[in-house]
Design a protein around this ligand. Structure first.
Ligand SMILES: O=C(O)CCC(=O)C(=O)O
Ligand SMILES: [Mn+2]
Length: 195
């Protein structure tokens, strides 16, 4: 495990092989075929666009999440998600009540610059990200007024990246499009919704 500080208050932990290749391939297949993948529309400058990826929300009963102006009513945990959640909770020593799953179908799918700073996540949220399938770049850049360096990761299948402290307040992150031929990638972000 590698400890990385983006700045004094913004902490990452990186486990390149949280799951081994066999486990990662097993869970990739289970989640690829078993989750309820949907493509959602987002409104940007008054125009509707399809999001460039598929997503699925899972959570404990009663947990709601409003994101891009849409209130999501998540599904109850699938068996594979529950197993992964338990593995993470044991390693990290914190509990999570929801997970957002993203499926990047190819190099044209992406996630734009954003911070996971919705008020539902509370101050200084702890977010754990698991990557399965194709390796993609994952970038951090400081938000306006923050003086710090950018950071560029390659997230291979089975890796875990934890974000905590002021990471969301001080930095944005993104998964850029790539012109390389890449296969499907699933990313899970485990979160705790506090209200
Ligand atoms: O796919 C990733 O690695 C990042 C996903 C992400 O930033 C999010 O779900 O908020
Ligand atoms: Mn995010």
């Amino acid at each position: 495990m590698e400890h990385i500080f983006l700045d004094e208050q913004s902490e990452l932990r990186y486990y390149p092989e949280f799951l081994n290749d066999e486990e990662a391939a097993f869970f990739f297949e289970k989640l690829r075929t078993g989750l309820q993948w949907q493509q959602e529309k987002i409104r940007l400058f008054g125009k509707e666009h399809w999001q460039p990826r598929l997503l699925a929300w899972y959570a404990d009963p009663g947990v709601q999440y409003t994101y891009s102006g849409i209130t999501h009513h998540p599904q109850f945990w699938s068996e594979s998600l529950m197993i992964i959640k338990t593995l993470i909770e044991k390693e990290i020593g914190s509990i999570f009540n929801s997970a957002l799953a993203n499926l990047y179908r190819n190099g044209a799918d992406s996630m734009g610059w954003h911070s996971d700073d919705e008020k539902e996540l509370g101050p200084e949220p702890l977010i754990v990200s698991i990557s399965l399938g194709a390796e993609r770049r994952f970038l951090f850049r400081p938000r306006k007024g923050i003086i710090a360096a950018k950071k560029d990761f390659l997230l291979p299948s089975g890796s875990l990246l934890l974000m905590r402290g002021r990471t969301q307040e001080h930095f944005q992150h993104a998964v850029p499009k790539t012109a390389k031929v890449v296969g499907e990638r699933i990313n899970l972000t485990f979160r705790n919704i506090v209200k």
